[in-house]
Ligand binder design. Structure first.
Ligand SMILES: *Cc1c(COP(=O)(O)O)cnc(C)c1O
Length: 368
């Protein structure tokens, strides 16, 4: 293989199919502030995902920051160290203290059995992540939230299109936040969204993403500029036409990896929890102690052959300098997450990955 194989590649529809959208933008001269494509994409996503209300954002991080602001979350929030750093950064941007709780060894999501012990009088919410699109134990988390009167905001950046028993995973909790970054299964170059249950909440969120404006002369909150532009929304509409096709290509790649890797000593594949609950957004494997190389050894070996896997998530968020001083960031509080972060490796998966490329990657993993 001469060309580098990256861990992910964006799904790009034929460029000429994007031109009519651009013509419309040029004709209307409306570039942002809830134009036609912005409204159409919100509507189309509600239908595709099976949710009631969506507020589009410029990216997932600003959407997370705004979701916390919209529900007036303060004090302490319980979250996972096993995520992308933006999850916890969103708390600090709101002046909230993160409290890290360990993850479940199978789903790698926040372990509900460990949440209660971390609740204090200052706790106001739980911020779990549907890691790799694998659903959190939403029922158990909701039960705890109800018992202690806490809000639940899901970082659903990986969970586009994932369902539980025909119901969108995004309908659980008080709010769910999506990312449409170029590296995600559905992208708008940069982008994000908040899924919300009712029109009143959406109205508040729409105001917060537009500086807090209610009308031309009234500002009711210290909102931010989180609006998605017409360019990004138009691309999202085009991309959405290919979402099912992209998903089925990913599914084939996932199935083949599982088949080829099933008997490889020291390598275990995560997920495979049933079709209902996967969008095949990542292909995480664990490099166990009985594999001939360490995780970093395998990562380097692949890289030498131009195959770029990703140690996702490593390091843990709790190990970054702005968090490691917290009592809950201590590794003894997070044994499962600490262990997983040292074994995890995400293999390349994206619709254009060929079977030959997959065989090449697996051969490298198998070869002594
Ligand atoms: C990508 C990602 C984000 C941030 O989204 P952006 O759109 O890149 O700002 C947040 N949380 C998780 C888990 C992510 O993977």
């Amino acid at each position: 293989m001469n060309n580098p194989i990256f861990v992910t590649r964006p799904y790009l529809p034929p460029l000429e199919e994007f031109m009519p959208y651009l013509n419309k933008i040029w004709d209307s001269q409306i570039l942002t502030n809830s134009g036609q494509f912005h409204q159409q994409l919100e509507q189309a996503l509600c239908e595709y995902l099976g949710v009631n209300h969506i507020a589009l954002f410029t990216n997932g991080t600003i959407a997370l920051v705004t979701a916390l602001q919209a529900l007036r979350i303060t004090g302490e929030v319980i979250s996972t160290p096993y995520s992308f750093v933006a999850t916890t950064h969103a708390l600090l941007w709101n002046g909230i203290k993160p409290v890290f709780v360990d993850v479940d060894p199978h789903t790698l999501n926040l372990d509900p059995a460990k949440i209660e012990a971390a609740i204090t009088p200052k706790t106001t919410a739980i911020l779990p992540v549907h890691c790799y699109g694998y659903p959190c134990d939403v029922e158990a988390i909701q039960k705890i939230a109800d018992n202690y009167n806490l809000k639940v905001i899901y970082d659903a950046a990986h969970a586009f299109g994932v369902k539980i028993n025909e119901n969108s995973l995004l309908n659980y909790g008080d709010l769910s936040v999506l990312s449409f970054h170029a590296t995600k299964v559905f992208n708008t170059f940069e982008g994000g969204a908040i899924v919300c249950p009712d029109a009143k909440t959406k109205l508040r969120i729409d105001r917060l993403k537009n500086f807090g404006f209610v009308d031309e002369v009234t500002v009711v909150a210290t909102g931010i500029n989180g609006k998605m532009s017409e360019f990004n929304a138009a691309f999202g509409l085009l991309q959405l036409k290919y979402a099912d096709e992209a998903l089925s290509k990913r599914e084939k790649i996932d199935t083949l990896y599982r088949k080829l890797l099933q008997d490889v000593k020291g390598i275990s594949c995560l997920g495979g929890y049933g079709k209902q609950s996967s969008n095949y957004s990542y292909f995480p494997i664990m490099v166990e102690a009985d594999y001939p190389l360490s995780r970093n050894g395998l990562y380097d070996k692949l890289k030498e052959k131009n195959v770029f896997s990703r140690r996702y998530f490593y390091p843990l968020i709790s190990d970054f300098p702005m968090y490691k001083g917290l009592a809950s960031a201590n590794r003894s509080n997070l044994p499962v997450a600490t262990d997983v972060a040292s074994k995890i490796l995400c293999l390349p998966i994206y619709p254009a990955l060929t079977q030959d490329e997959q065989l090449f990657i697996v051969d490298l993993i198998k070869k002594k």
